[in-house]
Design a protein around this ligand. Structure first.
Ligand code: BG6
Length: 510
C-alpha cells in the first residue's frame, strides 16, 4: 500500500473562501495601491473571491466611494503584473468597494465602520465575517487595535481576524509591547502577522523540495553541507521611503523578518504533519536555535554598509544620504551581512551567511547550498584554485526573479583525457508549469480569509528573530561608521567579503 501523502487531503488545499468582508486601514498608502488591491482584483479575475465579498478602505483623506474606486482602478491598471484588466470583472469587484474616512484616534471612525459593515452585511450577506488589515504606519497600530476593541469590532456575528503588516516593533521590547496591545483586543488565533516572503511560491516550494522528495533530506546536514548563502539584493534605492528607512535599515527591514524566515524554512526539521501549528512550531524551534551573538562577536560576524553616489550605466545615482527625507549624516545600514550559526545536531558548525542590500547591481533573491567537496580528488589534472574539482556541488534555490532551482555538478568535458567542467541541471517554474504563480499577497490574503495561518509568523518567531539581531543592533548603535562604504550599483562593502574569507569562503555572484 502506498504511504500516506502528508501534502494531500488538507483543508489548506481546498481553497474556497466563505463569504466575508475586508477592512483595510491605510487604504491611501502604497501597500494598498501596489499590492493589496491588485491582488484582490486578480483573485476576482480568477473567481476566487466569495460571492458578496466587500472591501472597506479607511484613511484620513476625505474622498467619496466613487473617488476611492477610481483611485483603485488606476492602481490595478498600473500595478497588475501579469494579467489583463477586464472592465466587466472590475465593475463587479468595484461594486463591493467602499470607503470610510476617519482618524484612527477618533472613536467615531470605528462606529462609522461598524455601521457601514452592518449595511453591507444586510445587502451582501457575509454573515459578520470580517478580516481587518493594518497597513498604516506602525505608529498607528496601537490606536487602531484599541479602537477596534473598544467599538466591539474584534468580535461579531461571524469570525473576526486581524492582519498586521511588518514591522512588528522596532526592537525586542517594542515587539512585546505590540503583542500586549494586540492581546488587549484580539485572541492570538485571530492575529495574522504577515511576512510576505513566506507567501512567495518559491519559498513555499522549499518545503515541497525538502519534504516531498526522498533524496535531498539525507544530505541536508552538517556532514554534507559546507555552508549556506542567502542573498536578497535589490537594485532600487529607498524609493521615497527615506524617512521610514533611515530609522529601519537593512538588518531590520529585511533580515530580521524575511531572510530569517527563509533561513528557518531551509533549516527547520520536518514537521510531523503539514498543519499550521506543526509547521510554525518547527520554524519557531529553528529560530530559537540560532546562536545569539555576544557583543564581542558582532565585529567579526556582521557587516554594515551604506551606499554612496555613483554613475551607473551613464545614470547619476544619489548616495543614501542624498535621498529625499534622509539625514545627511545618517548612520543607517542600507546593506547588512551576517554570519549565523544554528546550535543543534543537524547544523552545528555550518555557517549561514545572509546578506541584503539596496542599490546592488541587480534584483535577485536566492539561496545557495554549498556542498562539501568530494572527499578524495581523483581527477586532479588541474591544480590551481579555480580548477573545476575545487568547485563542489552547489544547489541554488532561486526565489526571484527567474524562479527555479539549479544543481551544479562536474561533468567530463567531451574529448580525450579526463577534463572536468561544472554544468547545471536547471528547473524553471515558468517553463515547467506554464501557468502564472500567484503573488505572495494573493496567497496570503486567501489564507487569512480562510483562517489558515501556516504562512504567517507568530509572536514566538518574531521574538526569536529579534533576539538574534538585537546584539547586532545594539553594537552598531554604539558605533560611528565611516559611511558610505560601497558605491551604488556594487555588491556591497569589502568588509563583507572579508567576513566570509575568515572561514575560507567567498560570496557567489548571483
Ligand atoms: C519589504 C521591505 O518588506 O520588502 C522593502 O520593507 C523591500 O524595503 C521589500 O523592498 C522587498 O520585497 P520583494 O517582494 O520586492 O522582494
Amino acid at each position: 500500500m502506498a504511504a500516506a501523502n502528508p501534502f494531500q487531503d488538507q483543508a489548506r488545499f481546498q481553497r474556497r473562501v466563505k463569504p466575508c468582508a475586508l477592512v483595510i486601514f491605510g487604504a491611501n498608502g502604497d501597500l494598498t495601491k501596489r499590492k493589496l488591491i491588485p491582488a484582490l482584483y486578480q483573485l476576482a479575475l480568477e473567481r476566487r473571491l466569495p460571492p458578496g465579498f466587500a472591501v472597506i478602505g479607511n484613511s484620513r483623506t476625505h474622498i467619496s466611494d466613487d473617488e476611492f474606486r477610481e483611485k483603485m482602478r488606476q492602481s490595478v491598471q498600473k500595478y497588475l503584473e501579469d494579467s489583463r484588466f477586464e472592465e466587466e470583472v472590475w465593475r463587479d469587484f468595484a461594486s463591493g468597494l467602499s470607503y470610510v474616512s476617519g482618524d484612527l484616534n477618533d472613536p467615531v471612525c470605528y462606529q462609522t465602520i461598524a455601521s457601514r459593515l452592518g449595511e453591507l452585511d444586510r445587502e451582501r450577506q457575509f454573515g459578520g465575517n470580517v478580516l481587518f488589515y493594518l497597513s498604516t504606519q506602525p505608529s498607528h497600530y496601537g490606536a487602531a487595535i484599541g479602537g477596534l476593541g473598544a467599538a466591539g469590532l474584534a468580535n461579531g456575528g461571524g469570525w473576526r481576524r486581524l492582519v498586521v503588516e511588518k514591522p512588528f516593533g522596532h526592537d525586542i521590547a517594542s515587539s512585546r509591547m505590540l503583542h500586549d496591545t494586540l492581546h488587549k483586543a484580539f485572541r492570538e488565533d485571530q492575529v495574522y502577522r504577515i511576512d510576505h516572503y513566506l507567501g512567495k511560491e518559491t519559498v513555499q516550494n522549499i518545503l515541497a523540495f525538502r519534504f516531498g522528495n526522498g533524496i535531498f533530506e539525507p544530505l541536508w546536514n552538517r556532514r554534507y553541507i559546507s555552508h549556506i548563502q542567502i542573498t536578497a539584493a535589490e537594485s532600487i534605492g529607498v524609493e521615497g521611503r527615506g524617512a521610514y528607512y533611515q530609522e529601519a535599515g537593512a538588518l531590520r527591514d529585511m533580515i530580521q523578518n524575511h531572510l530569517l524566515q527563509i533561513m528557518a524554512t531551509i533549516a527547520m526539521e520536518p514537521p510531523a504533519v503539514f498543519e499550521s501549528a506543526a509547521v510554525r512550531d518547527e520554524r519557531a524551534k529553528l529560530l530559537r536555535s540560532i546562536r545569539v551573538m555576544k557583543a564581542d562577536d558582532v565585529a567579526t560576524h556582521a557587516v554594515s554598509g551604506q551606499y554612496g553616489p555613483a554613475n551607473v550605466g551613464g545614470q547619476e545615482l544619489a548616495g543614501f544620504r542624498g535621498e529625499p527625507g534622509v539625514d545627511p549624516e545618517a548612520q543607517t545600514d542600507t546593506y547588512a551581512a551576517v554570519t549565523f550559526f544554528v546550535d543543534n545536531w543537524r547544523w552545528a558548525g555550518v555557517p549561514f551567511y545572509i546578506r541584503s542590500g539596496k542599490r546592488m547591481p541587480k534584483r535577485v533573491t536566492d539561496i545557495a547550498i554549498q556542498f562539501n567537496s568530494a572527499p578524495h580528488a581523483l581527477f586532479t589534472g588541474d591544480t590551481h584554485d579555480s580548477a573545476p574539482w575545487a568547485r563542489p556541488n552547489l544547489l541554488i534555490l532561486r526565489v526571484q526573479p527567474e524562479e527555479g532551482i539549479s544543481l551544479r555538478f562536474l561533468s567530463k568535458h567531451p574529448g580525450s583525457g579526463m577534463r572536468l567542467r561544472p554544468v547545471s541541471m536547471d528547473f524553471k517554474y515558468g517553463s515547467s508549469f506554464g501557468v502564472r504563480s500567484p503573488s505572495a499577497y494573493e496567497t496570503l490574503l486567501v489564507d487569512a480569509l480562510m483562517g489558515d495561518a501556516t504562512l504567517y509568523t507568530r509572536q514566538d518567531m518574531v521574538e526569536a528573530s529579534w533576539q538574534v539581531v538585537q546584539p547586532i543592533l545594539d553594537f552598531w548603535a554604539g558605533r560611528k561608521f565611516d559611511f558610505p562604504n560601497y558605491a551604488a550599483g556594487s555588491w556591497g562593502p569589502k568588509e563583507s567579503d572579508d567576513m566570509l574569507a575568515l572561514r575560507g569562503h567567498a560570496w557567489r555572484t548571483p
